[in-house]
Ligand binder design. Sequence first.
Ligand code: PHE
Length: 335
Amino acid sequence: MMEGYEQAAADAAERLASAADLDAVADVEREMLGRRSTFTEAKRRLGDLDPGERAAAGRRLNAARERVEASVAAARARLSASGRADRYAAERLDLTERLPRTTVLRRGHFHPVTQARDRLEDVFVGMGYTVAEGPEVESAWYNFEALNIPDWHPARGSFDTIFVNLGESEEVMLRSHTSPVQIRVMENRKPPIYIVAPGRTFRADTADATHLPAFNQIEGLAVDRNITMGDLAGTIDEFVRAFFGGEVKSRLRPSYFPFTEPSAEFDISRPDGSWLELGGCGMVHPNVLSNCGIDPEEWQGFAFGFGIDRLAVMRHEIDDIREFVNNDVRFLSQF
Ligand code: PHE
């Protein structure tokens, strides 16, 4: 004959097998196994039995209890697995996008500074130059010394150089201009030389509307026989015309750089008639030619270097150069 709790256990197993959620399982568990449950009650009544019958009754009770525990565990496993599956299904993200037919697909494009750089390269290639490159981390020799800037030279301070903690102090640095590429090219090639070297340059500057601590320059270098300042001025004028079209003018102002003599700064005209300083230039200093094993009696050269980012700012009439590094697609997609 079945005891009352055995009947209750069988009913419980059935309810558990068809339980719809975890709360229903918890209800059955409390009813059957909790403090005031069927089994607790039945266990208390064991005390009323004869000692001879108690052991066998206890085993029956335990067996029934274990069956209920196993059913609870099985129901819980079933429901939490399916609960998880439901949750996953609900949280599923559809990452495939089907655009309505009427939407025009917009292609990505190069960053405006990259566009300016490519265009500059094209303009100079059209004038017979080739493109050269150099490393962004430089030694003091290439960034300064070979460019006629010995370590005592005050111009060294004006570059706000960012040094790299490597080797001797102040020996390794992020290049503060693209002029070291001049040296690398002249060390490795015989004149005549006509190169441009675009690339990233670095200075310990606080970013503001017209400065970035990491910016881009393009260097130009021509070494040949009988080169004069007139060739330099003509080249700058020609490139400004080719880059902007006829409406922008350039001018040279006397200046000083240790690696050129004479030296000048060059400006381009803004639409409002004011001038924007773009870069420096000059005739390559004889010491620089000698440092690279080129005889200054036989060869002359001119060099120039200017900011590509500034040129792009000017071209697109952008108020703040920092826009170029904010990487806001809404800004960038205008170009
Ligand atoms: N390297 C100089 C600068 O960054 C620019 C320059 C290049 C000047 C070539 C003269 C000749 O300020």
